[in-house]
Ligand binder design. Structure first.
Ligand SMILES: C[S@@+](CC[C@H](N)C(=O)[O-])C[C@H]1O[C@@H](n2cnc3c(N)ncnc32)[C@H](O)[C@@H]1O
Length: 465
């Protein structure tokens, strides 16, 4: 094994700005990893790796996931493979988030009885699973009584709100008890609305859609905004009334439902662990396409980002389940100390795994974050290797695994540390026995090219041969 010491770029002052330094040896190592891949810059994909226009698309717009990819990605992926030659599409997304891939699959314009589609997704976060599942069930079942259910809810809400008779209690999460974030009137109205939905005797799917409208309203009526990996306090945010926000969302859903045309495609969303997909999906099911975007190794903790919705809707009810939820996610964030389990030591690939990662581990800056970054690199890539190994058993011969991932720059000033997840995952895929078919540099994340060409978001096509 080559020794990879730590060498930094010579500091250069630019307009008096703080000079950034990054390990050149690490960049060279990443260059060496990708030397055999033909990495293509494809501007078509620039808008496909972000949730571009999802907020204008029927169904997709019912709940916006900032971390999602575009509703249009799936069609492009299918176009860029030979999947159309197959008799049918069987799609799996093991990190399905708000359900973009599965909803896109079910809504594909090409859908016809000639090309049957089965699309399923796995999600670890119970609130996000609820979001994806509600969209998918609505798409398949076509709720008939949504308008009437909303009318009943609004009537009950007005009564609960004026009588000050609320059956629900404020969730234990401290954010809901901070009157700077939610004023007294707002929290009361939110609880009145939740009570009204809970006590409404409308059909279950229609009630789920109403809960989705309520969930989507929470951030809008607070003084908080989702901002990367945390919620940010925005004191001068425009005040939105709870009922107005709820109705705005209900009107959008109603409009989309009226336009839906139903077909015979089947969609399913499972609450489970995408790293061990075989435990969630129906036994015997095989897929010719797996499309996913895992959490990036950028410290975003989805349990934290979606905590308001999760606690308010009752998916998380105490701090113990909050912690357990975090613990059950992919090891992409240092919000807690995950158990130090390295599955690569049991799956026969430990040596190759360590050979790949050692040069990266050696470049972690020696500072207070060193231990947690070490754990992040080991845990994150161990999880991804395991995911790829397990997925392989579920893919048909010639089937594709397509992943979207962004590389992450950690630290600041002289302590920059880059995790080039795209190429490391490609190498892990080869270790797991896939062939890298095509490698698209979809967009650059840093225009100053601080990290050569490595600060990018990529779409990588793997094939099981
Ligand atoms: C980048 S997001 C996916 C967004 C999705 N492509 C979309 O457009 O909505 C990654 C998702 O992985 C989920 N996740 C984290 N750990 C997981 C696990 N072990 N199993 C399944 N999902 C997990 C997160 O909750 C998050 O929703």
């Amino acid at each position: 094994m080559i020794g990879y010491g730590r060498i930094h770029q010579k500091p250069q002052s630019r307009n008096g700005a703080i000079t950034k330094m990054i390990s050149q040896r690490l960049l060279k190592y990443y260059d060496s990893l990708e030397v055999n891949y033909h990495i293509v810059e494809n501007p078509d994909y620039e808008h496909l790796v972000v949730p571009n226009n999802n907020s204008k698309q029927p169904i997709h717009r019912w709940f916006h996931l900032k971390e999602g990819f575009s509703y249009d990605l799936l069609e492009n992926v299918i176009r860029d493979t030979d999947l159309f030659k197959c008799d049918s599409l069987s799609l799996l997304d093991p990190f399905v988030g708000g359900g973009t891939s599965v909803v896109s699959g079910l809504m594909m314009r090409t859908t016809s009885k000639d090309w049957p589609i089965y699309a399923c997704g796995i999600e670890r976060n119970p609130f996000l699973k609820f979001v994806a599942d509600t969209k998918v069930r609505a798409l398949m079942m076509g709720p008939k009584k949504f308008k009437k259910t909303v009318q009943q809810i609004v009537k009950a809400y007005k009564a609960y709100n004026s009588e000050k008779r609320i059956l629900e209690k404020i969730p234990d999460l401290s954010t809901f008890h901070n009157r700077g974030y939610f004023n007294e009137e707002t929290i009361h109205k939110l609880l009145a609305l939740k009570t009204a939905i809970k006590t409404c005797n409308g059909p279950e799917l229609e009630k789920s859609l109403a809960y989705l409208c309520l969930a989507g309203s929470i951030e809008a009526v607070s003084s908080l905004r989702k901002d990367g990996r945390a919620l940010r306090y925005v004191p001068d945010k425009n005040y939105t009334d709870v009922l107005d926000e709820f109705m705005k969302r209900a009107d959008v859903i109603e409009a989309d439902i009226l336009e839906l045309s139903y077909h015979e495609s089947i969609g399913q969303i499972f609450l489970g662990d995408g790293r061990i997909p075989e435990l969630s999906i129906p036994s015997g099911r095989q897929f010719n396409l797996v499309l996913f975007s895992p959490p990036y190794p950028n410290n975003i903790d989805y349990t934290e980002v979606y905590k308001l919705e999760s606690w308010f809707l009752g998916f998380i009810s105490d701090h113990d389940s909050f912690r357990k939820q975090r613990l059950s996610t992919l090891r992409s964030h240092p919000s807690l100390v995950f158990p130090n389990i390295i599955l690569a030591s049991q799956n026969g690939h430990y040596e190759q795994f360590m050979e790949l990662l050692t040069p990266v581990l050696e470049e972690i800056p020696r500072n207070a974050n060193m231990t947690s970054r070490n754990r992040l690199v080991m845990g994150y890539f161990d999880d991804l290797l395991q995911t790829l190994i397990n997925l392989k058993l579920l893919i048909t011969k010639g089937g594709y695994v397509v992943y979207v991932v962004g590389n992450s720059l950690h630290g600041s000033h002289e302590d920059h540390f880059l995790i080039a997840a795209d190429v490391i995952i490609a190498k892990l895929a080869e270790i797991a026995g896939y062939k890298v078919k095509s490698y698209i540099n979809a967009r650059m994340l840093n225009r100053r090219k601080l990290a050569g060409n490595h600060m990018r978001e990529s779409v990588v096509f793997l094939q099981k041969e």
